[in-house]
Design a protein around this ligand. Structure first.
Ligand SMILES: Cc1cc2nc3c(=O)[nH]c(=O)nc-3n(C[C@H](O)[C@H](O)[C@H](O)COP(=O)(O)OP(=O)(O)OC[C@H]3O[C@@H](n4cnc5c(N)ncnc54)[C@H](O)[C@@H]3O)c2cc1C
Length: 387
């Protein structure tokens, strides 16, 4: 059984349309394969390209660059529906639209936009966002990858860790140090791969098995002139502004995982019999599901509120952090409730509950851990006193 979930009013007809398109696509093309793909650790690249062809891979790329030109609210609706079917597949959308197209639109030159956006829109090229390093995760300003001038271009040397889609990428957003220590010494680049790039092994992980995550090593990799993204020394600002938007899509992903967990718990409890009837008649089974259903609606409203602020061109950093903080906790709790509701079957690989349980956890970690979201919220509350 798939419950519809309750969507907030205030969505436009075009939002409802894109949500319906994503829901139908995910139900037909992703959900039936999700368990098998995850078990085989298969990254469905053909599917990603098909999503590009119908405008679901990077929905926010403007029409002038061959994209559907949809807003951040639509992006959230798409990510939630895809994550409801398979959280790992949703990562590709979050990266393509939220972490690669978004900084290009914010800081790219006309030439950079024209070179990459049409191909990102259709899925001809997949992108990745390479910020994190082995010794610089939450503390992004500590990154050590270095770019040194070489003629009109640059050469990049260093190591990046946990890069989603890094093994599949045709275009790389790379953050590297071009100046001294600290935040002001970092610049961003947008480039294709060059000699000196080594794509590391697939990093073994708890879940999200339909998403590829690798290390990248750059050994004097040449980067052509014209590939710096935004002004020199403003790379970290761009990285953080990008994450302000990206966190909203992670919140949407978390809502999708939570919705899938609730759908599963409701349908299983309605069909499973114990003590002479369905377990759904026990309040001990109903109430945890009722609690997370209420919490999910609150999380979804926070997510769509943050997206609406972004669409209105208003500051949305703290709102996105609140949405991600709350929605990721709801995803983890809802997946736990699903496992508990299914009892032993919840713990087995035969039902989706254990996959949801493993996938939910990542939403509390990437694009800023829950502690980092609290830090963003606290800085918004306290200003400089929190630094
Ligand atoms: C599956 C996956 C995909 C990813 N994809 C990408 C990607 O595509 N691109 C990319 O650049 N990165 C990516 N990441 C990296 C991810 O964003 C980082 O793992 C995350 O930001 C945390 O950094 P860290 O792992 O270095 O943890 P650390 O920063 O070492 O943190 C360790 C712990 O310390 C806590 N902590 C750290 N600082 C503070 C503080 N000031 N106050 C309170 N607590 C603190 C953290 O909350 C955490 O609990 C991905 C990670 C994973 C697991």
């Amino acid at each position: 059984m798939r419950t519809m979930g309750t969507m907030p009013s205030g969505l436009s007809d075009s939002h409802i349309e894109v949500q319906a398109l994503a829901r139908e696509f995910a139900a037909a093309e992703i959900a039936p394969h999700a368990a098998d793909w995850n078990a085989r650790k298969h990254v469905p690249v053909d599917l990603l390209r098909r999503m590009g062809e119908i405008g679901l891979l990077a929905p926010t790329i403007p029409e002038q660059y061959g994209g559907p030109g949809l807003d951040a609210t639509s992006l959230c609706l798409v990510v939630e529906e895809v994550a409801r079917a398979d959280a790992g597949t949703a990562v590709a959308i979050a990266v393509q639209a939220g972490l690669v197209a978004s900084p290009l639109l914010r800081a790219g030159t006309d030439a950079q936009r024209e070179q990459w956006l049409p191909r990102l829109a259709t899925g001809e090229v997949l992108g990745c966002y390479a910020l994190t390093e082995p010794d610089a995760g939450s503390d992004t300003a500590a990154l050590r990858t270095r770019a040194v001038p070489d003629g009109d271009g640059w050469r990049i040397t260093g190591a990046k860790q946990w890069i989603s889609n890094g093994a599949l990428a045709g275009v790389f957003v790379i953050f590297a140090r071009t100046g001294g220590e600290g935040a002001g010494g970092i610049s961003a680049f947008i480039t294709r791969a060059g000699d000196g790039l080594a794509v590391g092994r697939e990093i073994p992980k708890l879940g999200l098995h339909t998403s590829s995550t690798v290390e990248l090593a750059f050994d004097d990799m040449p980067v052509a002139a014209g590939c710096m993204l935004g002004p020199e020394g403003e790379g970290l600002k761009l990285a953080l502004a990008t994450l302000d938007g990206g966190r909203i899509t992670v919140a949407a992903q978390a809502c999708g995982i939570a919705q899938a967990a609730i759908d599963l718990a409701v349908s299983y409890a309605s069909a499973r019999n114990a003590f002479g009837g369905p377990i759904a008649r026990f309040q001990g089974v109903q109430f945890p599901i009722a609690d997370v259903a209420a919490e999910l609606e609150a999380a979804r409203l926070l997510t769509l509120h943050a997206a609406a602020l972004r669409d209105a061109g208003k500051p949305h950093g703290a709102a996105g952090a609140k949405a991600k903080l709350v929605a990721s906790a709801v995803a983890v709790k809802a997946a736990d409730v699903a496992v508990q509701t299914l009892g032993g079957y919840g713990y087995s690989g035969e039902y989706d509950a254990e996959r949801l349980y493993r996938d939910a956890k990542i939403t509390e970690i990437y694009e800023g851990t829950s502690q980092i979201q609290r830090l963003v919220i606290a800085r918004d509350l306290f200003g400089d006193a929190a630094r």
